[in-house]
Design a protein around this ligand. Structure first.
Ligand code: SF4
Ligand code: SF4
Length: 401
């Protein structure tokens, strides 16, 4: 434990620290804190259905139970740290800590198997790496360091999932990204940000795009990134000449396996293995219920809470020459249901003031126009079965919540 944290904690004379957050990340942090010899007195969670339950042996209560003298650790990996910190400050809590120091000093992979996580070890490591990257970026405000960029290669998909969070189920005539626009936007992105930790190649299904090689070549021509992850639904095995482009230690193929519909998932995983390509093959059983376009009729303040607590509110998404703060915003705009969306996006082909516009979209947003059409993405949102198919595209309409 960082000695200053320990000292602060002792000086305050509290009976124990408070962990704000549950879930998989919460489990890792609770264990890491306990390992450092600190006593945990309670867990705080926003999700009311968790209140008055027990998490890792500790009672879970709501933020109303926070007191000024609590020593709070924000055990959230997602994009709502700012929001939770503000919530603690509103409750006049004086001692609020991120968990980067605890994570860096812990031996968490050694007790991974005891934690009963829904994440694989690789996934847990990836989440922690991105969390630490985000914290480090905050200490360098002059640099524009971005956690991840979703690069949409195509609206086309080999599946048509009813609850696709990227709203593919509403596209009547999906098209591929126009490659020159995509390449130019990508170049401008790389020349604008100082660093991006993870490039995520997505669709639809990115492997139905003819432009995978060209996009990879564009990315490979830059060095200010760490990792490329191609997300695929396990229905397509590209020819070997294309797969060989993935033979780079920085590239991962991530197969989301939805059961029988992901009919080539195992073949793709085996092919990747035989070609020494990094591959993660994950069974996906459920999603959050975020694939619907709803008129939530929330107030601005309510939408700010939804945004603040959203796990993808800083998932920059590149679609048809525009950069968006989240994929839902990108696709509701592209589908034409988002009105007055100018403040939700940045035009990537206009170089004037690009860095400041990207920085503002990434760092300063408190809410998006799209949030009012969105169910919200936090762990309170209901779950649906993943990968359920529809034969025809769904009717594009904004329904009442
Ligand atoms: S496989 Fe399903 S969830 Fe994935 S992009 Fe296609 S429609 Fe969406
Ligand atoms: S539109 Fe939805 S997914 Fe996007 S930031 Fe708002 S709540 Fe999150």
């Amino acid at each position: 434990m960082d000695s200053q944290l320990t000292t602060n904690f002792k000086l305050r004379g509290t009976e124990g620290v408070v962990v704000f957050g549950t879930g998989n990340f919460g489990k890792i942090i609770v264990r890491a804190i306990s390992d450092r010899g600190l006593t945990i007195k309670k867990i705080i969670d926003i999700n009311t259905s968790n209140h008055e339950t027990i998490f890792c042996g500790y009672p879970v209560v709501g933020p109303d139970e926070l007191t000024e003298n609590d020593v709070v650790f924000l055990a959230t990996n997602i994009s709502n740290r700012k929001f939770l910190r503000k919530l603690c400050k509103d409750k006049k809590v004086l001692s609020i800590y991120d968990v980067d120091k605890i994570l860096r000093e812990s031996r968490w992979p050694s007790y991974y198997s005891e934690l009963d996580l829904e994440w694989s070890l690789d996934r847990a490591q990836e989440v922690i790496d991105l969390y630490l990257f985000d914290i480090d970026s905050e200490s360098e405000p002059l640099f524009l360091k971005v956690k991840s960029l979703d690069v949409v290669l195509t609206e086309r998909c080999s599946l048509k999932c009813v609850d696709c969070s990227n709203l593919m189920q509403y596209y009547q005539k999906p098209i591929g990204a126009e490659v020159e626009i995509l390449v130019e936007s990508l170049k401008n992105f790389f020349e604008t940000v100082d660093f991006v930790s993870e490039l995520r190649l997505i669709g639809g299904e990115p492997l139905v795009s003819k432009n995978v090689e060209r996009v990879l070549d564009t990315i490979y021509s830059y060095s200010n990134f760490d990792k490329i992850v191609l997300y695929t639904n396990g229905t397509v095995v590209p020819k070997e000449s294309i797969l060989k482009k993935f033979q780079d230690p920085r590239v991962w193929v991530k197969i989301s396996d939805y059961g029988p519909v992901s009919r080539k998932a195992q073949l793709l995983a085996d092919t990747c293995k035989s070609l020494s390509i990094n591959c993660i093959h994950e069974q996906v059983k459920e999603w959050e219920d975020v694939g619907r376009i709803l008129n939530r009729e929330r107030t601005l303040e309510q939408n700010k809470v939804v945004f603040g607590n959203c796990c993808v509110n800083d998932t920059l998404t590149l679609l048809h020459g525009h950069l968006y703060a989240c994929p839902f915003s990108a696709h509701t705009d592209n589908l034409g249901v988002l009105k007055n969306a100018e403040t939700d996006k940045v035009e990537m082909l206009v170089s004037e003031g690009l860095k400041e516009r990207v920085r503002s979209l990434y760092k300063d947003k408190e809410v998006l126009v799209a949030c009012n059409l969105c169910n919200g993405r936090d762990h309170i949102v209901a779950k649906v079965i993943a990968g359920v198919q529809t034969k025809s595209p769904l009717r594009l309409e904004v329904t009442s919540a």
